[in-house]
Design a protein around this ligand. Structure first.
Ligand code: THU
Length: 157
């Protein structure tokens, strides 16, 4: 029997269409992006989490001469949340980037490893959190849950 999986996401043309919470967490991701350490790829990524109690947790990609030892911005933010907070729950994860790795018409889409980690934190808090991504062209993608970016994770219901 053939079955179909579909999901929806929003594509907003400009920052003016974001809610106050989205603007706040996006501004934090932009701030985080400035702290990225990306001398090898020259592609800076900033991530920020807005927690349910309004706390912001920031992360940025941190590279290393021994390439695989580096870590993506999303995972730096999520692991920092796990290590320092982890009870309030995540409301929104925002991601932004700066560099020439992506062309103007390409979407920024988080890597597979980060999606798996995002799914684990959604499962831990037993609630989805929104994922807000800024594209090169200044538009935004909004996913209501990681399960729209990573369907059929291990043990999915
Ligand atoms: N990067 C992230 O921080 N997040 C992603 O989702 C994709 C890629 C980083 C890793 C590396 O430091 C640089 O971007 C180029 O791949």
């Amino acid at each position: 029997m053939e079955k179909e999986f579909t999901f929806s996401y929003r594509h907003l043309k400009s920052i003016d269409e974001l809610t106050d919470d989205q603007k706040k967490v996006f501004a934090a991701a932009e701030k985080a992006c400035k702290k990225a350490y990306a001398p090898y790829s020259k592609f800076k990524v900033g991530a920020a989490l807005l927690l349910n109690d309004d706390t912001l947790v920031l992360g940025s990609n941190q590279e290393n001469k021994a390439y695989p030892a580096g870590l993506c911005a999303e995972r730096v933010a999520l692991f920092s949340y796990g290590a320092q907070h982890n009870t309030q729950g995540i409301k929104i994860l925002a991601i932004t980037s700066n560099g020439s790795m992506l062309k103007n018409d390409q979407f920024f889409s988080p890597c597979g490893g980060c999606r798996q980690v995002m799914a684990e934190y959604a499962s831990m808090q037993e609630a989805p959190y929104e994922i807000l991504i800024k594209n090169e062209d200044g538009s935004f993608l909004i996913f209501e849950s990681i399960y729209n970016l990573l369907p059929f994770t291990f043990g999915t219901k």
